[in-house]
Design a protein around this ligand. Structure first.
Ligand SMILES: Nc1ncnc2c1ncn2[C@@H]1O[C@H](COP(=O)(O)OP(=O)(O)O)[C@@H](O)[C@H]1O
Ligand SMILES: O=P(O)(O)OC[C@H](O)CO
Length: 503
């Protein structure tokens, strides 16, 4: 058998292709950023054609740079920013509109109408999700209602809908020439359109949102040898390779962190921040503003569920400090700036740029910096930015404890921000548990590679994968209880100041 598994990681800010060996170590990588398009306040789009072009380039780049050929790759997995949607023409592959990104709030009115009739939790029993601008269903509805010809095309079967993995797999496996139109259970569980128990599109919700089912992808497990088909010989791999694993990026990170047992959790700090707790084979309903969602399903095995706390803005706030305020010139500089002061100087930054997601679900919230005095300088602001991530994660851990009864004894972390020592130490202090970073921090891509590799027997099962996981660094709590309590108390007050801003 070929010695590598390839993994496409299509994230919010960039697309990577990573090649893994049997030990789960990285044998090659290439990465490319794509444009963030902000047409109006609160609106976020990506160009799906640019993303497909970048995907081809990073695949070719990683193979070439490392002298690896398509024939050395046994299978392909794919993982993606979730909820973001594309609608495209089946014959030409031309998108009807840019991808509407998960952070985009343009569906506020659609959601408000849905909530007005029957409340925010009207679909929660079936889908595990509240009605919110975050999820794909309202975004698809927006495209159908606002883009000329899109609805007609969807109804007559000439348009296809998909999340980012569906779009890329369609191209990788043939595009207009019989490309596979599929989505995995984890991605489907983020649309607000799939029933969590039957793992099928829900006809009643589709009819409420007026979305034609024929344009939706076929739902398949997250790992399956036959569900997706093969890459093309004249495509970026220059070889026929089975595509046999796909998961939303946060679920992929859960798999990459080998959180296979109920009660195990990970937190990923990327553009947003997402804490997922494996709850086993039963969907656990949330009363604390978390999401009940699919964790993974391998082949015909029973699906595994999780509770998730989704935070919209994490690393994106660091980017904002860099791009919109110019306080730093690259993301790593925030740590140096934050270290110029000993604490936040009383300042709290609540980054409710897309409203607040879990556990608040307040579309009417907008970002605030509170506690400002003449004393506060840019070092304090940098610190408040980093601390915001840790406080938001604390909100999620508290909600999870109340929902599931699980007291975390440690937190496995990954994502682009976990190189930041100050943030990781503060996270450990605020949660009062050790925070642990694994040696392979590309857990998202690794999880998709695991899903693909398990499907073809490249790895024998979860036990073998767990042996690949190893600790790189542990941060242990060292903050006094009264200080932790005071900081968190003030954070909660700051959060309340963001509510009711959008009228
Ligand atoms: N040293 C750092 N300190 C704080 N944030 C950082 C640092 N390095 C990168 N980031 C942030 O991490 C994010 C990128 O993480 P990544 O996991 O690649 O994101 P995504 O998968 O969402 O595209 C960016 O938002 C960036 O601002
Ligand atoms: O691309 P990331 O890592 O920011 O993840 C985005 C999430 O999947 C959105 O739900």
């Amino acid at each position: 058998m070929a010695e590598y598994i390839g993994s496409v990681d299509q994230g919010t800010t960039s697309t990577r292709f990573i090649i893994f060996d049997h030990k789960g170590q990285i044998a090659g990588v290439d990465q490319k950023e794509h444009e963030q398009i902000f047409p109006k306040p609160g609106w976020v789009e990506h160009d799906p054609v640019e993303i497909w072009k970048n995907t081809k380039e990073v695949i070719a780049g990683a193979l070439e740079k490392n002298n690896i050929s398509g024939a050395d790759i046994a299978a392909i997995g794919i993982t993606n920013q979730r909820e973001s949607v594309v609608v495209w023409d089946k014959k030409t592959g031309k998108p009807y509109y840019n991808a509407i990104v998960w952070q985009c709030t343009r569906t506020h009115e659609i959601c408000r109408e849905l909530i007005k009739e029957k409340g925010q939790n009207r679909f929660r029993d079936k889908t595990g999700l509240p009605v919110a601008t975050y999820f794909s269903g309202p975004k698809i509805k927006w495209i159908l209602d606002n883009v000329p010809d899109a609805r007609k095309a969807a109804e007559n079967g000439s348009a296809l809908f998909g999340t980012m993995e569906t779009w890329l797999i369609w191209w990788l496996t043939g595009g207009p020439d019989n490309g596979a139109h599929v989505t995995d259970v984890t991605n489907a569980s983020r649309t607000l359109l799939m029933d969590l128990n039957t793992l099928k599109w829900d006809k009643e919700i589709l009819s409420t949102l007026n979305i034609p089912e024929k344009a939706l992808a076929r739902i398949v497990p997250s790992g399956d040898p036959d569900a997706w088909g093969m890459t093309l010989e004249n495509g970026p791999f220059k070889a026929k390779i089975p595509v046999c694993g796909a998961l939303g990026d946060q679920q992929a990170a859960l798999v990459g962190q080998t959180c296979f047992k109920a009660g195990e959790a990970k937190n990923t700090y990327g553009t947003g921040c997402f804490l997922l707790l494996n709850t086993g084979h039963t969907p656990v309903p949330s009363r604390q503003g978390l999401i009940t969602t699919l964790a993974y399903q391998f082949g015909s095995n029973q699906p595994v569920y999780c509770l998730e706390g989704s935070i919209a803005i994490a690393g994106a706030l660091v980017q904002w400090l860099r791009d919109n305020l110019g306080l730093i010139s690259n993301a790593a500089e925030i740590e140096e700036l934050a270290k110029t002061v000993d604490d936040n100087g009383g300042a709290y930054f609540v980054p409710a740029f897309s409203g607040l997601f879990a556990p608040y679900w307040r579309a009417d919230a907008r970002g605030t910096i509170t506690g400002l005095t003449s004393y506060v300088n840019k070092g304090h602001i940098a610190r408040a930015v980093l601390e915001a991530n840790a406080f938001q994660a604390k909100d999620i851990v508290e909600a999870m404890r109340k929902d599931s009864g699980v007291e975390l004894s440690m937190l496995k972390v990954d994502g682009g921000m976990v190189v930041n020592d100050l943030l990781m130490q503060f996270q450990s202090d605020i949660l009062n548990v050790p925070v642990i970073r694994p040696q392979v921090s590309e857990t998202t891509a690794l999880g998709a590679a695991y899903a693909a590799g398990l499907s073809i027997g490249f790895w024998s099962g979860p036990d073998e994968l767990s042996k690949n996981w190893a600790v790189d660094k542990i941060w242990s709590p060292s903050m006094k209880d009264h200080k932790r309590a005071k900081l968190y108390h003030d954070w909660k007050k700051a959060v309340e100041r963001t509510f009711d801003w959008v009228e």
